[in-house]
Design a protein around this ligand. Structure first.
Ligand code: FAD
Ligand code: GLY
Length: 371
């Protein structure tokens, strides 16, 4: 018997487990694979609160709050788990390659500055000075967002899970939750092939797989996978200091002269394979931006499945018909960035604080009613 069962040990489930364990809840995380081995391991780890979010859009304030949590969280996780999540605060450069992109990014710089965000348009010359390895011919300038940092996504997920375990959470791997148990409309637990586990609060944090599991409760969520392919290389020079983001690829400089280059997008695909076509396209675009990448040494390639929703916003709220069954899924391209605030807010909801209407599950049907 647990206070809370969390289904899914990705970055979202692990962050919620960490926050609830800090509040003395007795938590069990049930993971069908290994902790952090799905989308959360595939991520490049960018914290693109400005780069990835529409300015003043519904997610932007949450994303900025979450980004601001990283420095203190990195210290806390290091002291609890011993894991350094490799927080690097050297910004993201969104490069422009056409006149249209140049105008869009200059406008984005102005809007972000009006929202008191640190954002600067760098001319071609300023950009060359900042990042000399960028190709002179391929870019006209860039929007520099110095506060959009990055972490090692894999280590971050492990640090959250191990810190939660230090605080008393239990983790069960290789265990697939098959059914929800409820009496009348109240949650009582879950069943797995390894037995039944009881709790009157259950949180589904299965990323792209959440909708499949929740179909068992007659809930049809508009949540689906978007497959992404990435690869990594090593270069004996430190080629770039900030992450470079263009409309055709991104290049993220990691510790130890490693670089992650991503990422493709294919909606509604649970395919696990890495296709040569995707890697070839990314490679060509990345070398076009940073020609010295031609001399980089290959490390590996991988895929992951981003959990996307119909309206692009995550689901964070309670099941409309079953008390005690909660959902936290659908963070699409930004689950690493949004994990700290998601953990905090879900723990608040479990403690009875009011749920944010923007992300609750009923928002779609409510919108329809309002029309
Ligand atoms: P997952 O990590 O997929 O975890 C869900 C877990 O649930 C899985 O481990 C799965 O095995 C488990 N599960 C499923 N069904 C069951 C069941 N029935 N029983 C038990 N367990 C179950 N985000 C960023 O912020 N920055 C980035 O730079 C970034 N880059 C990305 C690059 C790529 C290529 C991809 C694919 C994603 C990227 N993301 C990035 C997005 C980020 O990875 C996701 O938003 C985030 O990992 C989602 O976390 P999650 O915990 O919801 O899902
Ligand atoms: N946020 C980067 C990606 O999802 O590929």
């Amino acid at each position: 018997m647990y206070d809370v069962i969390i289904i899914g040990g990705g970055v979202i489930g692990s962050s919620i487990a960490f926050q609830l364990s800090k509040r003395q809840y007795h938590v069990l995380v049930i993971e069908k694979d290994e902790i952090g081995h799905k989308a959360s391991r595939a991520a490049a780890g960018m914290l693109g609160a400005q780069n990835e979010m529409e300015n003043n859009g519904p997610l932007s304030s949450l994303a900025r709050q979450s980004r601001a949590m990283f420095p203190a969280l990195a210290t806390e996780l290091k002291s609890l788990s011993g894991i350094d999540i490799e927080l690097i605060q050297s910004g993201i450069l969104r490069v422009a390659r056409t006149e249209e992109e140049t105008n869009q990014l200059k406008y984005a710089a102005e809007r972000q500055q009006k929202s008191a965000e640190n954002a600067t348009w760098l001319s071609h010359e300023q950009l060359k000075e900042k990042e000399p390895s960028l190709s002179a011919n391929s870019v006209t300038g860039a929007l520099y967002m110095p506060n959009d940092g990055q972490v090692n996504a894999q280590l971050f997920t492990q640090a959250l899970a191990q810190s939660a375990a230090k605080l008393g959470a239990d983790f069960l791997e290789y265990t697939d939750v098959q059914q929800f148990l409820f009496e009348k409309n109240r949650m009582t637990g879950v069943t797995t092939k390894n037995g039944t586990f009881l709790a009157d609060t259950v949180i589904t944090a299965c990323g792209a797989w959440s909708s499949r599991l929740l179909e068992k409760t007659n809930l049809s969520l508009d949540l689906y996978p978007v497959k992404g392919e990435c690869f990594s290389v090593y270069h004996n020079e430190r080629l770039i200091t900030s992450s470079i983001f263009s409309s055709s690829c991104y290049i993220v400089p990691k510790s130890g002269r490693r670089l992650i280059i991503g990422a493709t997008q294919k909606a509604h695909s649970f395919d696990d394979s890495v296709l040569l076509g995707g890697v070839h396209e990314l490679m060509t675009n990345a070398i076009h931006l940073v020609p010295k990448l031609k001399n980089a040494q290959w490390e590996k390639a991988w895929t992951g499945h981003r959990p996307q929703t119909g309206d692009g916003l995550p689901y964070m709220g309670e099941h409309p018909d079953i008390n005690g069954l909660w959902i936290a899924s659908g963070h699409f391209r930004n689950g690493i960035l949004l994990a700290p605030i998601t953990g905090l807010q879900m723990a608040d909801y479990i403690e009875g604080k009011p749920v944010n209407n923007t992300f609750r599950l009923q928002r779609l049907s409510q919108k329809e009613v309002n029309l």
